[in-house]
Design a protein around this ligand. Structure first.
Ligand code: C5P
Ligand code: ZN
Length: 472
């Protein structure tokens, strides 16, 4: 078992191979995933190429499949630089001149075929999984792209904060309540640059922009008795603590509170949790503030920034997200409509799941089918959010289905505690999807697939067998 130092050195060696291929290229096509991690990765890649003076285009893809591989293979660019996607489809990438900077579980078929010919193939694959690192927690797609960028020019260290936004989008700080592994190196680069400050604070969403009551009301990790999902309970909570909800008619957000007010809230929340016998452990953790963004702006808190990027990606507007990453001030207003649409769609989705009691339980998994009522790009977030809420258990993975234009979209989410027991959703979803004629992949706690319509029950049957064998 090699130590971190050796693993990181191997990884950086792979990144330096990619850097050499990129510096050699005449022109580049960046192909990126549409989520916050992919968008941040695309921004890092694009800025890196701008600085090299290399002509390039950027294409965002919702997912990798055979058609996407075909698109990459047929590109006329001298090099295609894939970011935050590609690893699951390596054996389909047949063209010369591809760099894959990804952290998803690599295609086992391709891995099995790897020999010492590595250096002579037209593909440079940079992925933490290939260096004994954990791709779901230790580094994101934007992180991998950043490491390559820094190999191209150490001055690209100023892009580290974008890699942290990507890692935040992929909730890589979730398991340990802080960034771990290679992400710590990236975080320390960003802190050295003065772009990010790190604090220990409430881990709830919306520190800069959410009104206080909603800030507490939407907390589901942990669920706070009397406050989670209870707006009235939340406003009474603040009134009892003599904390004003408004300042001159404007709703106050968490970061508008002074230190005494914040301490009073934290102490009180911990008391409520302990009194009810729940653990307060997950309430607090590492939070990242982007010092270059204005106070009360969603670009100041890393979680809010990442959510804004996700909302662009999910409404076919990833390029606007990339413009935001690159500091284009006008892009923010363009994104506002995506953000409000995203909020609306999520709240519709959550209400639908609860009011129609869509969640069904099986022995090893629970699931719901949203048919055409939840967008395929939103169903995964809804599946993650419903875990542990309102009587929905979080000790079984949630499998969500929604109609998509090319079949049925599957999104699977699970609580990290199941991974310790052996759960690997990436393998389970990929295998079950392929069994019914679909395809998929992802990470141990979050994976997705597309399967042919009508095969949902066969998929459930298969994935249940796999999960049972993983957990027992
Ligand atoms: O689409 P969803 O949000 O459910 O995806 C969860 C994870 O699984 C993401 O990291 C995504 O990139 C991955 N995924 C995949 N192949 C698919 C669908 C999703 O690798 N066909
Ligand atoms: Zn990612």
């Amino acid at each position: 078992m090699s130590n971190d130092h050796e693993r990181y050195a191997r990884f950086e060696l792979d990144a330096s191979r990619a850097a050499a291929a990129i510096k050699d290229a005449d022109d580049v096509l960046i192909v990126a995933h549409i989520d916050a991690d992919g968008i941040s990765a695309a921004a890092i890649a694009s800025r890196t190429l701008d600085r090299l003076g290399k002509p390039h285009d950027v294409t965002f893809l919702k997912k990798m499949d055979e058609a996407s591989a075909d698109y990459v293979n047929k590109s006329s660019a001298s090099l295609v630089w894939m970011v935050d996607l590609g690893s699951g489809y390596l054996s389909y990438l047949t063209r010369q001149g591809v760099v894959v900077a990804d952290h998803h579980v690599p295609d086992p078929k391709w891995m099995a075929g790897q020999t010492s010919l590595f250096d002579f193939s037209g593909l440079v694959h940079v992925n933490p999984h290939c260096c004994g690192m954990d791709g779901s927690g230790e580094i994101s797609g934007a992180g991998v792209t950043y490491v390559i960028s820094k190999q191209i020019d150490p001055n690209n260290k100023d892009l580290a904060y974008l890699a942290i936004i990507g890692a935040t989008g992929d909730v890589q700080d979730h398991a340990h309540l802080r960034f771990t592994g290679y992400n710590r190196r990236i975080l320390s680069d960003a802190a050295d640059n003065g772009d990010i400050t790190v604090d220990n604070d409430l881990r709830l969403f919306g520190r800069e922009t959410r009104p206080l009551t909603q800030f507490i009301q939407y907390c589901n990790d942990p669920v706070i008795p009397g406050l989670t999902s209870d707006g009235t309970g939340c406003s009474k909570f603040f009134t009892d603590l003599n904390i004003d909800l408004k300042d001159n008619g404007t709703w106050r957000a968490w970061n508008d509170l002074d230190d005494n007010e914040k301490d009073a809230v934290k102490i009180s929340l911990i008391e409520i949790l302990e009194r009810s016998g729940s653990s307060a452990e997950r309430l607090m953790g590492e939070v990242c503030t982007l010092t270059g963004s204005k106070k009360r702006s969603e670009l100041r808190d890393a979680k809010e920034f990442a959510t804004l990027l996700n909302s662009c990606g999910r409404y076919d507007d990833a390029p606007v997200g990339m413009r935001i990453c690159l500091g284009d001030k006008n892009a923010l207003s363009d994104a506002a409509k995506n953000r409000s649409e995203h909020k609306k769609q999520l709240s519709i989705a959550m209400n639908l799941i609860r009011q129609k009691n869509l969640v069904r339980e099986r022995e090893w998994v629970q699931y719901f089918h949203a048919h055409g009522e939840i967008r395929d790009t939103v169903v995964g977030i809804a599946a993650g959010m419903i875990l542990g809420l309102d009587g929905v258990r979080n000790d079984k993975p949630m499998i969500a289905f929604a109609n998509a234009d090319d079949g049925v979209k599957v999104s699977a989410r699970a609580d990290k505690s199941l991974v310790i027991k052996g759960l690997d959703l990436s393998f389970a979803v990929k295998t079950a999807a392929e069994h019914v004629g679909g395809f998929g992949g992802g990470h141990n706690v979050a994976a997705g697939a597309t399967i042919p319509a009508g095969r949902e029950y066969d998929f459930l049957h298969m994935i249940e067998r796999i999960i049972a064998s993983q957990i027992t």
